[in-house]
Design a binder for this molecule. Structure first.
Ligand code: AMP
Ligand code: MG
Length: 414
C-alpha cells in the first residue's frame, strides 16, 4: 500500500531548513569519545582542546646552517672578522657563550648560543683560519626562530571539533601527545532496496540493473572515514524491509537506505519508518533528491535516500554528511565555493537545484563553473565527470554567463 501522507511531520522543507534540522538531531546524538594513538588518528574529529604544555619551539634556535653572533657587532659596510668560539649542532646539550666579535658555528635547529641573537648563513661568509669574515649588509636578528614563535605555552594548539589533518597530527606530536582524544566514528548501516537490483558481477536479467549506490554512497562514507556495516540488498518487500530496518537500527547510530522512499506502490520506507519509528521530515525542496526522508527508529537516526544515483549522492552531501560530522562535534556548515558561470542556466521550478559542473581555475585567477551535459538524476557519469555541484537557489530561475554562483565541491576537489 502506498503511504498515505496526511501527516503530522514537516514536509517539503527547504534545503537549509532540512540541514538545520538534521544538524540539531545529530548534535543531540553526540557519539562518545575515544583515545587513539596518533598514528591511528588521521581524519578523526578532535574531542577536546589540546594546549601547548611548553613554548613551541621550546628554545630559540637557528633557522639556517651558519654562524651565530651578536647582531650589534655586524659591520654596516666593509667587512668584519669574528673569532670562532666553537660549534653547536642540532641536539647540542650545552650552550656556548658568544661575546663581542665572536661567533659559533651552528646548524639548523641547534639552540642559539648565549649572547647571540643573529645567524649569518654560511654561504655569506669567508672562513679564514680560526675566524670568519662577514661582509656588510647582514641583518641583525636574522635566521633565529624565537622560543614560542609557533605556539606560546598554554596556547590552544588544536581545537575540539577540528578534523585531524596530517599537519594537525604533527602539531599534537610537537606538543608531546602520544594519543588523541577523538569522537568515536558513528556506526552506520547502509542498505540498498529494489527488486530490480543485482550486484555487479551477476548477469542482468530482464528489467534488472546493477546496484551502483552501495559503492557510491559507501565511497562517500569512506571519504569521511566511516566504513559502514556490511551492505545488505533488500527486496521491495515490506516484511523483509521492516525486519532489516529494526535490526540495523538496534545495532547502529545511523541507518542509511537507498530507494523506495517516493510515493510509488513499492515505496515502503515512509510508511515503515512512521510505523516502527518516527518521521522527522519527508521531502525537501531540492532537485535532484526531493523524496529524502529523515526519521528515527529506536535510538538510530534514519536517512532514507532516493534510489536515483545522483539524488542519493546530492542528498548525502547536502544533508547526511553534515549530520555525520555534527554527531562527531565537527563543524557541519557545508563547504561552498564561489565561481563564475561559463554557460547560462535556466530552471523552471521553485526548488534548489544542484547542477553537475566542472570547476576550472582560469588563467586570470577566476574559478569558472561549466555545467555538464548529463544532468539527469539517473546519470552517474555526469557526476563522475563533475568536480562540483552548482547550487541554484529556489528563487533564481535564470543565470547568465559570468554570474557568480555557489558551488559544492565534490570529494576529491576539496
Ligand atoms: P527508487 O528511489 O527506488 O524509486 O529508485 C529510483 C531509481 O533509481 C530507479 O530507476 C532505480 O532503478 C534506481 N536505483 C535504485 N536503487 C539503485 C541502486 N542501488 N543503484 C543504482 N540505481 C538504483
Ligand atoms: Mg525502488
Amino acid at each position: 500500500m502506498p503511504f498515505d501522507h496526511a501527516t503530522d511531520f514537516p514536509t517539503r522543507l527547504s534545503v537549509d531548513e532540512a540541514r538545520q534540522r538534521v544538524v540539531e538531531l545529530c548534535a543531540q546524538r553526540r557519539v562518545r569519545v575515544d583515545s587513539v594513538p596518533l598514528d591511528r588518528a588521521l581524519g578523526r574529529v578532535l574531542a577536546v582542546d589540546v594546549v601547548a604544555p611548553q613554548p613551541i619551539p621550546p628554545f630559540a634556535n637557528s633557522a639556517m646552517d651558519g654562524y651565530a653572533l651578536r647582531g650589534a657587532d655586524l659591520p654596516r659596510d666593509g667587512e668584519k672578522r669574528f673569532r670562532l668560539r666553537g660549534v653547536m649542532l642540532a641536539g647540542a646539550t650545552e650552550a656556548l657563550d658568544v661575546g663581542e666579535g665572536e661567533c659559533v658555528r651552528i646548524t639548523t635547529g641547534a639552540p642559539v648560543p648565549r649572547g647571540a641573537d643573529t645567524v649569518v648563513v654560511k654561504e655569506n661568509v669567508r672562513v679564514d683560519g680560526d675566524a670568519i669574515v662577514v661582509p656588510g649588509g647582514e641583518r641583525a636578528g636574522a635566521n633565529v626562530r624565537p622560543a614560542g614563535e609557533d605556539l606560546d605555552e598554554g596556547e590552544i594548539a588544536a581545537h575540539a571539533g577540528e578534523v585531524l589533518s596530517a599537519a594537525r597530527l604533527g602539531v599534537l606530536a610537537s606538543c608531546g601527545e602520544t594519543q588523541a582524544r577523538v569522537s568515536r566514528r558513528p556506526r552506520v548501516a547502509l542498505f540498498v532496496t529494489g527488486d530490480e537490483l543485482v550486484p555487479p558481477g551477476e548477469p542482468l536479467g530482464f528489467g534488472r540493473i546493477h546496484d551502483s549506490n552501495r559503492f557510491s554512497i559507501g565511497g562517500l562514507l569512506e571519504g569521511i572515514g566511516i566504513v559502514p556495516e556490511p551492505v545488505a540488498h533488500v527486496r521491495d518487500d515490506r516484511a523483509t524491509l521492516r525486519e532489516t530496518l529494526l535490526a540495523a537500527a538496534a545495532a547502529c547510530d545511523v541507518v542509511i537506505t537507498s530507494g523506495g522512499v517516493s510515493a510509488g506502490e513499492a515505496d515502503h520506507l515512509p510508511g515503515l519508518v512512521e510505523e516502527i519509528g518516527r518521521i522527522h521530515f519527508w521531502k525537501v525542496r531540492m532537485k535532484p533528491g526531493m523524496p529524502i526522508l529523515c526519521g528515527e527508529i529506536g535510538k538510530a537516526l534514519v536517512f532514507a535516500l532516493p534510489g536515483n544515483p545522483v539524488s542519493s549522492l546530492a542528498t548525502f552531501l547536502t544533508l547526511v554528511q553534515p549530520g555525520l560530522l555534527a554527531m562527531q562535534g565537527a563543524d557541519a556548515s557545508p563547504r561552498r565555493w564561489r565561481a563564475q558561470l561559463a554557460a547560462p542556466i535556466r530552471k523552471k521550478h521553485d526548488r534548489t537545484e544542484f547542477f553537475r559542473a566542472r570547476l576550472d581555475s582560469a588563467a586570470d585567477g577566476r574559478l569558472v563553473a561549466t555545467t555538464l551535459e548529463q544532468q539527469g538524476s539517473g546519470m552517474l557519469r555526469g557526476v563522475a565527470e563533475a568536480n562540483g555541484l552548482i547550487v541554484v537557489p529556489e528563487d533564481v530561475h535564470e543565470l547568465a554567463v559570468g554570474d557568480v554562483v555557489d558551488v559544492v565541491p565534490l570529494p576529491g576537489l576539496c
